[in-house]
Design a protein around this ligand. Sequence first.
Ligand code: ZN
Length: 471
Amino acid sequence: MAIMLRAKGLDAGKAIRHALLGAGALAAATVGPLATVAYAQQGQPRTIEDTEVDEILHKECDPVFAAAGINPKDMHILLIEDKELNAGTANGHLIGLNTGTIAEAKTPNELIGVMAHETGHAAGGHTVRGEAEMQRAAMNPMLLTLGLGLLAAVAGAPDAGMALIGSSGYFGTLGAIGYSREQESRADQAAITYLEKAGESGRGMVEFFDNFRYQEVFEEARRYKYFQDHPISSERIEALRRRAEEQPHYNAVDPPELVALHEVMRAKLFAFTQPPQQTFIKYPENDTSYPARYARAIAYYRETEIDFALQAIAGLIADQPNNPYLWELKGQVLFEAGRVKESEPAHRRSVELKPNAPLLQINLARAILAQDDGKRADEAIEHLQKALAADPQNAFAFALMAQAYDAKGDGGAARLASAEERYALGDMVQARVFALRARELLPKNTPQWRRATDIVLVANPGKDDLQRLGG
Ligand SMILES: [Zn+2]
């Protein structure tokens, strides 16, 4: 257990990732504040979970979700690392979005337009080819915790990580979505309605679609999946343009603060997903803007130029001392460099600045636990409990919780946490095994003991298991 936590230095971290991912995938592997996730098999996309990016996406898109009658809090944006331009919906409350789409959306309004179109499919309950698979994937508890695949694996449960990787076939189905012409037209119309209601122009959506339609015409080789799934014709574009132009908010422009955040998001995603050399070309030293310096800090970190990375982060923090994500990045750089003790105050600061973000709480708990000080286990548990209060299915938080209870010598609570972890991952076999063990160790009839019993009961118990429960 706790391979990562005991691994000192970047080389050890690399070795672990190497073991997990295989040599080929190593070059592309990013681990960072973008707590990278379900590492799919080589060549397959993986998902990214990052508090800052999620917050920016929601800032951009929530007015549109609300205009569609969807509570923005219920709308989950699943970010998929893939250069392909794509987006899709699995059910009314999940939009999968490729990083490639964000990279190509030059303005918030363009991205909001694409998301409005997807929201049109989601809210319209459009049935698609392959819907049965999508629904199955969406119903699977694995999907909810997909964000933790790599972290869970690194924390010493590689088979759990592999289970997640197995489920990433879900992403394949994003590409298999196909809507009818009729549904496309209805999603377009709905999108214009939502955008207008949200005070947004439809211009970005029209231009985004139009731009890529031409690319498709002129570059045969470069066929974006998105437009195979969302067939686009000049008639469709023209109808959309006419309707968009009629709207009172057609000339609305993005507020400068949102434009700035959009650039931060694009710079961060670029720096984390592209080779560092590309980042240094796209964001050269003479570009002293905040997004460029942010991107370079990340690129240095990924090149293991720790001093340069820390220096760049210090400069950014001087500009924005209360930005929790800069402290998160600083903590991550130090932690990954094996400077665990130094990483703790940085993570602590990020938590003070943003107490409700589960991933930040988890980072702090991990930094505390990694110092192997059994006396501080309770402190780590407190942060993990806060993370789980906000994200009750967070498998990685449960994995760390198991470590913390083990450090305290509380085997029963530790096995219960492992059972919860496996349950959150959808691994019912192991969930049952751990829950049965927890039941043996925990004092009878306590809430924890009853919870272990519940897990056994829902995790498809066998006849023998039921007999044991009865005994
Ligand atoms: Zn569509």
